[in-house]
Design a protein around this ligand. Structure first.
Ligand SMILES: Nc1nc2c(ncn2[C@@H]2O[C@H](COP(=O)(O)OP(=O)(O)OP(=O)(O)O)[C@@H](O)[C@H]2O)c(=O)[nH]1
Length: 186
């Protein structure tokens, strides 16, 4: 079986590493060096632009921090960019699986983004939504990745079936053209 490639995107400090480390190790590692983000805020910070199109990903996890509205606006922007890229690249194909994650649910006393807003954004972007806390819970994050991986595998299978089908259709057309023409010229 081929590897599955997932991209975790989101603004700086949203908790991408914490979510991933929680899933892979079941542990919450509170402090570690902050990576260069794959999606960076630019200019005033009101717009979040991906450094490069993520065309290698089979699925996306877009993370924001529920106690930071700017990170939610960034997530909105990232989802829009993913949507636009898939309109360009995947004509007629089933959408690439995407999950919107509202992280740091344990900080609900400092909440700036309601759960309804998250759900509403996900609905508009045709993606799954969940609030989680990388600090407090493994189960939610594990369940979420398991579901996303399942969706990605189904998506890849669907895409492979489609390619096989359109390949055999082209071959049938080619044979028809060649032999059809011959028959006419006899
Ligand atoms: N309270 C709380 N803190 C969290 C949670 N997840 C991450 N953090 C903290 O938020 C900070 C940023 O987390 P990171 O995982 O480094 O965030 P990131 O999105 O990978 O950040 P960059 O690498 O800078 O893009 C760290 O201090 C984490 O300990 C959470 O669920 N709850």
């Amino acid at each position: 079986m081929n590897d599955i490639k997932l991209a975790l995107l989101g603004s700086q400090g949203a908790g991408k590493s914490a979510v991933l480390v929680r899933f892979l190790t079941r542990r919450f590692i509170g402090e570690y060096a902050s990576n260069a983000t794959r999606a960076v805020p630019q200019g005033s910070g009101a717009r979040c632009i991906m450094e490069e199109p993520v065309d290698w990903a089979d699925g996306f996890v877009v993370v924001y921090n529920i106690s930071d509205r700017t990170s939610f606006i960034d997530a909105e922007d990232i989802l829009r960019q993913i949507r636009e890229a898939r309109v360009d690249n995947c004509k007629g194909e089933v959408d690439v699986p995407v999950c919107l994650l509202g992280n740091k649910r344990d900080l609900c006393h400092a909440r700036q983004v309601s759960e309804d807003e998250g759900r509403c954004l996900a609905r508009g972007s045709r993606c799954h939504f969940q609030e989680v806390s990388a600090a407090e819970s493994y189960q939610d994050i594990a369940g979420l990745f398991t579901q996303l991986i399942r969706q990605v595998m189904e998506h890849l299978k669907h895409r492979a079936d489609r390619r096989r089908y359109s390949g055999s259709k082209s071959m049938a057309k080619l044979i028809n053209n060649v032999f059809g023409k011959r028959r006419r010229s006899v």
